[in-house]
Design a protein around this ligand. Structure first.
Ligand code: GDP
Ligand code: K
Ligand code: MG
Length: 259
């Protein structure tokens, strides 16, 4: 079968390096519709299947604000690939895991590639793969685009996920906002969004497009909306911090946030 694969991740985590490891020179570059951002695609044959891989623009979040965020968000939202590979920086995982949670809220056909594992090893950082798999509910692979470690395993996992062999789904809980999310989901008209929970969460987070489309439809108090907008990212970060605490040991990490 032909399997479409979207590579996402923060800027500079190694998306293009992994893309090149996956498809080699078999790639072509176009532009995303309406903007000058490059669309890089390529294909490779792996065992009995074809992997059609798309290197998406780097992003810290799937809330549509910048052009790069909007391209990546819209692609995953409106033309979801069969498999999403979230590429994380093993030595600075916080923002990578934040994006991963958002990606899982959108679609759970995903794989976590813990990249730059060569550097993590050098620094004495120990990462428990099983803890990551348990908390995120998806397969995890340690990769190095520098040495090639984990690339064949990643290709095997892509095929397995595409064929439905890993279908566990983890719901990340937003505490006191869960009832509000459910209430918004109920008010979203059918056929408007394929994933109502994601649309409801993004509405609360003030995603520009979704907020504009839903504001005339959804009944919600203004102060609840304002509180949710700042609380949802904080709750998501607290999930990330707990997971890092469970899965990481060894050298302490250099934590850096851009959102
Ligand atoms: P992108 O912005 O996510 O596409 O990241 P790039 O693929 O352009 O990589 C950013 C930088 O990280 C480059 O200098 C790469 O050589 C380096 N890099 C990518 N993957 C790895 C890896 O697994 N190990 C190491 N040591 N460096 C890597
Ligand atoms: K890097
Ligand atoms: Mg790149």
């Amino acid at each position: 079968m032909v399997i479409t694969v979207g590579l996402i991740g923060n800027p500079n985590v190694g998306k293009t390096s992994i893309f090149n490891r996956l498809v080699g020179a078999r790639q072509y570059v176009a532009n995303w519709p309406g903007v000058t951002v490059s669309k890089i695609e390529g294909a490779t044959t792996w065992k009995n299947d074809t992997l059609h891989v798309i290197d998406l623009p780097g992003t810290y979040s799937l809330t549509s604000q910048s052009t790069d965020e909007k391209i990546t968000r819209d692609f995953l939202f409106f033309s979801p690939p069969n498999v999403t590979v979230v590429i994380a920086d093993s030595i600075n995982p916080e923002q990578s895991f934040y994006l991963l949670i958002e990606a899982l809220e959108l679609n759970s056909n995903a794989i976590l590639a813990m990249n730059s594992i060569d550097e993590a090893k050098k620094l004495g950082i120990k990462i428990n793969k099983f803890e990551l798999q348990k908390h995120f509910g998806i397969p995890v692979v340690f990769t190095s685009a520098k040495t090639g470690e984990g690339i064949d395993e990643l290709k095997d996992l892509i095929v397995e996920v595409a064929k439905g062999k890993h279908s566990k789904k983890v719901i990340f809980n937003y505490e006191e906002f869960e009832n509000i999310i459910l209430e918004i989901e109920k008010q979203i008209p059918n056929n408007m969004y394929s994933n109502k929970r994601f649309a409801a969460i993004k509405f609360l987070e003030n995603d520009k497009d979704i907020r504009e489309k839903l504001l005339p439809i959804i009944k919600i108090e203004k102060d609840i909306l304002e509180k949710a907008q700042s609380s949802i990212p904080s709750i998501r970060y607290s999930h990330v911090e707990n997971i890092i605490k469970e899965a990481y040991s060894g050298k302490s990490l250099n934590i850096q946030r851009n959102i």
